[in-house]
Ligand binder design. Structure first.
Ligand code: SAM
Length: 259
């Protein structure tokens, strides 16, 4: 088949370093009967070793030419190809104990991580290669300059571990940024959580929409309803100062106040 020209709009940087590919596969630890889905298989860097380890693999690929190549190389019994935009895939329809993996297109990392949040109940774990800066934000703790909406929303749902970094030279074409691999394991059902996930998500979004503002200013028309003392939150704190537990408490408090 003809050589594939990497498409920028699909965030195509193909992993070529065999040692790194091995390292990622070992981190994933595929078992034959796993219910695994790979997002963005591309030219098969991870797909090939995964299909060797698994009875069956599903992949989601948006690029029609790459999907055609995969169809040409693998039998449908071994590889099910979902030719689609991962952002519109209903991962909940793919069965329980889902293991999601992928060297993700960096241009859609955040929306994809938020999309996958909706299916965390069906997920066993996720292993992703992403831009290092994004992973640093995912695992950042309060007080750090990387601590953001992404940190709070994902830490509310997953235990996350940054595993290792991957230099640009491992790819063709090399991306302009350093990459890293992260493991995400959904927290158990008895985790601390807000009573209403939607309110929690709104509170976190609104707080971080003005990252440098003090909370009493950044929460707009909610502010007069907040009993800061009862919450043990200083109204002068900034969004990056608050722990996940405080965001949960704030969301529940606003619910109690009927806001
Ligand atoms: N896994 C391959 C590797 O490691 O070499 C390719 C990784 S490349 C960074 C990202 C892959 O995701 C490409 O194959 C690209 O076509 C695909 N992709 C981009 N946007 C996508 C989307 N919205 N949904 C599904 N796949 C997408």
């Amino acid at each position: 088949m003809a050589q594939h020209q990497a498409r920028k709009r699909f965030g195509q940087n193909f992993l070529e370093d065999e040692a790194i590919i091995d390292q990622i596969i070992r981190a994933i630890g595929p078992r034959p009967v796993d219910n695994m889905v790979e997002i963005g298989p591309g030219l098969s860097a991870l797909t090939r070793p995964l299909t060797q380890a698994l009875e069956r693999l599903r992949v989601v690929e948006i690029d029609r030419d790459l999907a055609a190549r995969l169809r040409h190389h693998y039998s449908p019994n071994k590889l099910e190809i979902i030719e689609a935009d991962a952002l519109s895939v209903d991962f909940g329809a793919l069965g329980p104990n889902l293991r999601i993996v992928g060297n993700l297109p960096y241009n859609i990392s955040s929306p994809l991580l938020f999309h996958l949040l909706d299916y965390a109940d069906a997920v066993l774990d996720q292993h992703f290669m992403l831009q290092r800066e994004v992973i640093d934000r995912m695992v950042a703790k309060p007080g750090s300059s990387d601590y953001s909406r992404l940190s709070v929303m994902l830490q509310a749902r997953y235990r996350m571990t940054k595993l290792f970094e991957v230099p640009p030279e491992a790819f063709n074409p090399p991306p302009r940024v350093v990459s890293a691999v992260v493991r995400m394991v959904p927290l158990p059902a008895d985790r601390a959580q807000a009573r209403d996930a939607k309110v929690f998500s709104q509170v976190v979004a609104r707080a971080f929409s003005q990252k440098r503002k003090m909370l009493r200013g950044g929460l707009g028309d909610w502010t007069p309803h907040i009993d800061w003392e009862a919450l043990e939150i200083a109204p002068t704190s900034r969004p990056a100062d608050l722990s996940l537990e405080k965001y949960i408490a704030l969301a529940d408090h606003l619910m109690d106040k009927g806001v």
